[in-house]
Design a protein around this ligand. Structure first.
Ligand code: HOZ
Length: 430
């Protein structure tokens, strides 16, 4: 497969963009080679600048549940754009999308729109600190909550993919307020709370970890977090930037029946446009300006383009059968991956929650950062490149999730499974 144009563009990009990319994982540092430059995409197919076609299981890192350029989302965007792209004033569309989010997500009574997941989380943490009058926060190793200063401590996503333990530039005096514990270890959480729970403003967690690959919560883990935070007056924040509207309409909190105090959402609610949101209990949310004094603002927050795309996305998601269809196709795909690995004698651990999934090259059961990092990343590098040569696009890191979309067909899945068998065989042998 020729990728000359992508190669050329990557060289040109490196002249004017640091590392040639606007977000680190995209540079393929963890898998080698030059990143694909995508010319266009439609449904579940990406077409690169060399004209190669790839079946996409990345879905723009999760949000594109209905694939690329869905006609209804594109139609809503066109109609909105013709009427103006940003007013810096309230609009009716903001109420419409907020109401859809409030109706769908159990914990959300009111919601504030922002422009990214990072912004949502950063604002929710500030609000939690303002609400409780406490400084400390607790997060889990390998969970990634965007790149706000307090959260770049033992984080997943690009930091785990590139082997960066923490970021220079984060003021030590701030980072010292971030406590970290292993994911899925409820006992350690209880011990910590027994010692210093009354000084912790919030506990933030990805209810299904999706930024170190998919690591599901073990039975009772989320419930334990709810119980211990309630006992100590600490706010429980679910970062549902990936899981919100992905694993169920009401997100992981609906799936597992655990309701946090605050929830952060991301690009799904903008139909893939730059949107984030944070919401939760009314009595907490009223602490944000202008009703309260915790400050957070943004000219483009709630802009009409993002709202129009988000409304249409949630309309589509509310139609009957969407989640059943995703579940059944994801089961077929992941069962097929497992069968292929077994046939080839490859040691691997498979995880899946709804339509997000991972294949970890390790013989351990993956439950936290430590077990995740036992993976054979060199094997993953060969596998990724072999998949690319087969025309299958997955995230360029062992530590990111795969995503099924509503527009993948059973035929696509069979094609994928045959391709995956060949790719896996090649990766193991080479
Ligand atoms: N934070 C994203 C992965 N979980 C990567 C975003 C990107 O590179 O576009």
């Amino acid at each position: 497969m020729k990728r000359d144009r992508s190669k050329e563009l990557f060289s040109a990009a490196q002249e004017v963009i640091p590392g040639g990319v606007n977000s680190p994982v995209r540079a393929y540092a963890a898998v080698g080679g030059d990143p694909l430059f995508i010319r266009e995409a439609s449904g579940n197919v990406l077409i690169d600048e060399d004209g190669n076609r790839f079946l996409d299981y990345n879905s723009s890192w999760g949000p594109l549940i209905f694939g690329h350029a869905h006609p209804r989302i594109v139609g809503a965007l066109k109609a909105a754009a013709e009427k103006g792209t940003s007013f810096g004033t309230p609009t009716e569309k903001e109420i419409q999308l907020a109401a859809q989010v409030v109706n769908a997500v159990p914990s959300i009574e009111t919601v504030r729109m922002v422009n990214s997941g990072t912004e949502a989380v950063m604002s929710a943490i500030r609000l939690a600190r303002g609400h409780t009058g406490r400084d400390k926060i607790l997060k889990f190793e390998g969970c990634y909550h965007g790149h706000a200063d307090s959260l770049l401590v033992k984080a997943g996503s690009g930091l785990i993919s590139l082997g960066i333990p923490g970021s220079p530039g984060v003021v030590a005096d701030l980072a010292k307020h971030t406590l970290t514990l292993p994911y899925n270890d409820a006992d350690k959480v209880k011990e910590l709370f027994d010692r210093e729970g009354d000084s912790i403003a919030c506990l933030i967690v990805e209810p299904v970890a999706g930024n170190m690959g998919v690591v599901p919560p073990q039975p009772g883990f989320l419930e334990a977090l709810r119980e211990v935070t309630e006992k100590h007056g600490t706010l429980l924040i679910f970062d549902e930037v990936i899981t919100g509207f992905r694993v169920a309409l009401g997100g992981a909190q609906e799936l597992y029946g655990v309701v946090p105090d605050l929830t952060c959402l991301g690009k799904i609610i903008g139909g893939g446009l730059p949107v984030g949101a944070y919401g939760g209990r009314k009595d907490i949310m009223k602490g944000i300006a202008p009703t309260g004094s915790v400050y957070q603002a943004g000219t483009l927050s709630g802009n009409p383009l993002a709202m129009a795309a988000g409304i249409e996305m949630l309309n589509l998601l509310s139609e009957d059968g969407v989640y059943d269809d995703l579940e059944s196709k994801s089961t077929t795909l992941c069962d097929g991956f497992r069968a292929n690995a077994n046939k080839l004698g490859v040691k691997a651990c498979f995880t899946r929650v709804g339509s997000m999934f991972s294949l970890f090259f390790t013989d351990q059961e993956v439950v936290d950062y430590e077990t995740v990092t036992t993976c054979d990343t060199d094997l993953f590098r060969r596998y990724f490149n072999a998949m690319l040569d087969e025309g299958i696009y997955i995230a360029p890191s062992q530590f990111e999730a795969g995503f099924m979309s509503a527009v993948h067909t059973q035929e696509d899945i069979q094609t994928t499974l045959e391709a995956q068998f060949r790719a896996l065989e090649l990766a193991v042998k080479s």
